[in-house]
Design a protein around this ligand. Sequence first.
Ligand SMILES: [Zn+2]
Length: 378
Amino acid sequence: MSAIREHIDHVPLIDHHCHGITLDELSGPEFELLITESGSHHHRSHFDSPFGLVVRSECAEVLGLPRHCSAEEYLARRAELGPREAARLLLAGTGIDTYIVDTGYLGTQICSPAELGALADRPAFAVARLEALAEAIAPDVTAEALPRALEAAVQHSTTTHVGFKSIIAYRHGLEFDPVRPTDREVVAAAEAWYARAERTSSWRLDDPVIMRYLLHCAADTGRPLQFHVGLGDADAVQHRCDPSHLTRFLAEIEPTGCRVLLLHCYPFIREAGILCHVFPHVWMDIGLTLNYLGPSAETAMREALEVAPFGKQLFASDAFGLPELFLGGARLWRRSLADVLEHWVARDLIGVADALRYVDWMANGNAAHVYGIPEVRG
Ligand SMILES: [Zn+2]
């Protein structure tokens, strides 16, 4: 094994974007819906997909099964171990040192950052989802009072959370007006939102004026701001998730000192890389992408390393619901990065010392810098 692969296999990771997992006993069909971004069952099992292969090889091995076992064997072994023991084994196999957890989605069905940290016996930090924050506050304040209430809530979150996340890509698209809306515009949008909530009994926020107001409030705190980009569930209209749409917004908030993180990025890895290249305050990851590309993960890693500087890449699993997604994310990141860097070294395009230094940055150093959390030492 090369020195680079050896180093990458053991370097501790900061997972800068992930979610909690469920500790419920899952039926086969329930498990299957957590190994896909699709909310539906298809003609064939989701075990017969690129990530299905990862589960039946990498995860199977960690749970004491032969590689390339069947879906039935996998589910039987998992049931035998129980969800807690399976999670403990899979999380221990990741080499993730620190978790930065998005608490915004289905927060009650999955474990909290503290529970995830306890299961993995590692530190865990929380990220606040802006749209969820607004949905929690709005029912208790008038439309007139909403601008100040949102600003205060975002500011207050900085005492308990290390950053913010926005899903405006899903709810509207990334092609929003980059300029901060006035209070008058926010109040008018809030009145329409409240009337809609009254009619539908749902506080789901999809108003672009209020969402972009939240983005500006978050940027003003100077804390890191994550954007969902690209690949996601069936709600995400892909051409509206192209991060190029953020270009003017990124220029607009640069003076605040806010650091922006582009999450997942598939299939817009090159567009994200360009933004990381030109803007000093933009970083990216290819979490989620690696898991769902499975055996093709290397093609995404190769693209991610094309134009973005090495100080701009972070590791993320984007695991949600299942510990398998943490294991797959970590293993595919390590393998694909080793594949690319070994190839560069073999062709004398990079020296080994540089390669090792960049690996440490991408594994944990860049994330520690962006989020202001402790550096990890191998
Ligand atoms: Zn996520």
